[in-house]
Unconditional design. Structure first.
Lengths: 232, 302
C-alpha cells in the first residue's frame, strides 16, 4: 500500500544552519494494507520528515514514495488535497482549528470531501462517541484538556474513513493515563481494518504493542522487525 | 458545487462573527479608506465648481474706433462666434456703454459733472468676449490682431488683463496638478492601509490555513471563507460610509453653499450617487477581495 524506494531528504543550508541537514538517507520499506506499524526513533531521527513525505508536504531529494499506485512526489500541488483526503493525520500538537467548535473541527474533514449535511449530522456524534467526547460537541479547543484535544484530532482523522491513519507522536504532550487512552483507540481503529502508522519515541508503547517496528537513527533505518522492540 | 458554496459562505460568516475584534478593526480601516476616496471625489467636484465660477468672471473687451459702423462690429461678432474657443460675445454700443457708466456712478457727482462738461459720448462701442477656458484668450487675441481688423479696432484690453489671466491660469494648472498628486498619494495611503490590515488578519490565520491544507481542503475551500469575511467587512464599511456621507453632505450643505457661493454639496452627492456608490463599493468590497486574494496566495503556495 505504501512504499518508500531509496528515499533521501536533504535540507539545504540556510542562514540559520550553515551545513545541509540530512533528514533521511536511502530509506526503503513497504507497508501493507491494514498493517499497524510503529516508526520509532529519537527526536531528529527523521520520523516527522517521513510522514511529511508521505502526505506530500515535502518532496524527497532522491527516491520515490508510493501511495498505492500513486507516486506522491509527482502529484501536482492542486491534486494533493485528493491524496490527503485518503489519509487521516494526527499530530503531536493536535492542529485543531481554534475558532471552530469540536463539531465543526470534525465536520470540516467531511465538508472538504463534499459529504452531505445529513451524513455530517449523524457521523460526527458517532465518531465523537467512539473517542468518548460526545458531551463536548459545542466546545472550542481552548476549553479542552490535552487528551481531549488529541481525541478530537483522532476523531477528525477518522471521520472520513481514510485508508491510513498516520499519528505523529500523538502522545508526546499527554500524561500516561491519556497516552494509553489514545494508543488503545489507535489499536481499535486498526482492528476496524484501517492501516495505522504511529511515529513515537516512547519505549513503553513500542514494547507493549508487539507490532511491527521500523527504527530510525540519524535518518537511516537501523531495524525493521515484526513484533519489534525498542532498540534505540 | 452548491453545497461547497453554502459551506464557504457559512464559514465566512462564522469567522466574521467569531473574530469580532479583527472584523471591527478591518471595517474601521475600510470606512477610513472609503471616506477618504469619497472626500476626494466631493472635494474635486467642489474645486472644479469654484474654478468654473472664477473662470466665468473673466472676459476681454474689444473697443472699436469711434467712426466704426455697427454692422461691421456685428460682423466681427459673428466671426468671433465661429471660433471654437469663444463661448459668448456681447455687443455694447456707445450709448449702452454710457448708460452703464452713468448707472454705475449715479451717486458720484464729480463724475456726473465731468460727463456733462465733456458733452459728447466719450465711450467706444465694444464686444465683451468670454472664452470656453482661460487658456483660449491668447488665441482669441491673436485672431483680433489680424490686419483686416486694423481699421476697425481701437484696442483690445487683453494685455491689461494678461497678467491676471496668466496667473489665474497657472494657479488652476498648479491646483489641478497638486490635486491629482495629492489624490494619488492619499488613495495610495488608504489602499495600503486596507491592504496591510487584511494581510495582518490573514497572517494571524496562517496556522489555520496550514491545518486546512493538511486536512485536505482545496485552495478555494480555504480561500473562500476569507473572501466572504472580507466581502462582509467591505459591504458593512460601504454601508456605514454611505450613511455617514449622506448625513454629512446633508448637514454641511448649507454651509458649503454659503462658503462657495453656489455649490450645493447634497445635490452634488445625489446627482453623482451612482458614481459615489460605485467608488465606495469598489474601494470597500473590491479592495478587500483583491487584498485577501493577494495575501492568502502566499500561504496557499507554500
Amino acid at each position: 500500500m505504501i512504499k518508500f524506494q531509496g528515499v533521501s531528504k536533504i535540507y539545504p543550508a540556510n542562514h540559520l544552519e550553515k551545513n545541509q541537514t540530512v533528514a533521511l538517507k536511502d530509506i526503503s520499506f513497504e507497508i501493507k494494507d491494514k498493517e499497524f506499524v510503529l516508526v520509532a526513533g529519537k527526536s531528529g531521527a527523521g520520523k516527522t520528515t517521513l510522514i511529511k513525505l508521505l502526505i506530500g508536504e515535502e518532496r524527497p531529494t532522491k527516491g520515490r514514495v508510493f501511495f498505492d499506485n500513486l507516486e506522491v512526489n509527482k502529484i501536482k500541488k492542486g491534486d494533493l488535497p485528493k491524496l490527503r483526503r485518503r489519509v487521516g493525520v494526527v499530530f503531536q500538537d493536535y492542529k485543531l482549528l481554534p475558532k471552530k467548535t469540536v463539531f465543526e473541527n470534525i465536520a470540516y474533514a467531511l465538508e472538504v470531501i463534499g459529504a452531505p449535511e445529513e451524513q455530517i449530522k449523524t457521523e460526527v456524534p458517532k465518531v465523537l462517541k467512539i473517542v468518548g467526547l460526545e458531551h463536548c460537541l459545542q466546545h472550542f479547543p481552548s476549553e479542552l484538556s490535552g487528551g481531549e484535544k488529541q481525541r478530537v484530532s483522532i476523531a477528525r482523522a477518522l471521520i472520513h474513513r481514510p485508508e491510513v491513519i498516520i499519528a505523529d507522536e500523538p502522545t508526546g504532550n499527554l500524561d500516561p493515563y491519556h497516552t494509553w487512552d489514545i494508543i488503545k483507540l489507535l489499536v481499535k481503529i486498526n482492528k476496524l481494518d484501517t492501516t495505522v502508522i504511529l511515529a513515537t519515541h516512547d519505549q513503553e508503547i513500542i514494547n507493549s504493542l508487539e507490532k511491527r517496528v521500523i527504527s530510525l537513527e540519524s535518518g537511516r533505518i537501523i531495524s525493521d522487525k515484526e513484533k519489534g522492540k525498542f532498540v534505540i | 458545487m452548491f453545497i461547497s458554496l453554502k459551506r464557504i459562505i457559512r464559514a465566512g460568516w462564522l469567522s466574521f462573527r467569531r473574530n469580532q475584534g479583527l472584523s471591527g478593526v478591518t471595517i474601521f480601516v475600510m470606512v477610513l479608506t472609503i471616506s477618504l476616496v469619497t472626500s476626494i471625489f466631493l472635494f474635486r467636484g467642489m474645486s472644479s465648481f469654484l474654478m468654473d465660477s472664477l473662470e466665468k468672471k473673466f472676459d476681454i473687451s474689444v473697443y472699436f474706433k469711434e467712426d466704426s459702423i455697427e454692422t461691421e462690429i456685428l460682423k466681427t461678432k459673428d466671426l468671433l462666434l465661429e471660433l471654437p474657443e469663444v463661448k459668448s460675445v456681447a455687443y455694447v454700443s456707445q450709448d449702452q456703454a454710457l448708460e452703464i457708466f452713468k448707472e454705475k456712478h449715479k451717486d458720484n457727482e464729480t463724475i456726473n459733472r465731468a460727463l456733462e462738461e465733456a458733452g459728447d459720448n466719450p465711450f467706444l462701442a465694444s464686444l465683451n468676449i468670454r472664452a470656453g477656458s482661460v487658456s483660449n484668450y491668447e488665441t482669441i487675441n491673436r485672431f483680433l490682431q489680424n490686419a483686416r481688423f486694423e481699421s476697425l479696432i481701437d484696442k483690445v484690453d487683453y494685455y491689461q488683463r494678461k497678467p491676471v489671466i496668466e496667473s489665474f491660469y497657472s494657479l488652476i494648472n498648479n491646483l489641478q496638478r497638486t490635486g491629482l498628486v495629492l489624490t494619488l498619494i492619499l488613495a495610495f495611503i488608504a489602499f495600503s492601509l486596507t491592504f496591510v490590515t487584511i494581510r495582518l488578519a490573514i497572517y494571524s490565520a496562517s496556522e489555520e490555513i496550514g491545518i486546512m491544507r493538511l486536512v485536505g481542503a482545496d485552495n478555494w475551500f480555504i480561500r473562500g471563507p476569507f473572501l466572504i469575511q472580507g466581502i462582509i467587512c467591505g459591504v458593512l464599511a460601504f454601508l456605514i460610509s454611505l450613511v455617514l456621507f449622506l448625513a454629512l453632505s446633508y448637514s454641511l450643505s448649507p454651509k458649503v453653499l454659503y462658503l462657495t457661493s453656489g455649490f450645493n454639496l447634497f445635490q452634488y452627492f445625489l446627482g453623482n450617487f451612482f458614481i459615489i456608490f460605485g467608488l465606495q463599493i469598489l474601494s470597500g468590497a473590491g479592495l478587500s477581495i483583491f487584498s485577501s486574494l493577494i495575501a492568502i496566495r502566499r500561504y496557499l503556495d507554500k
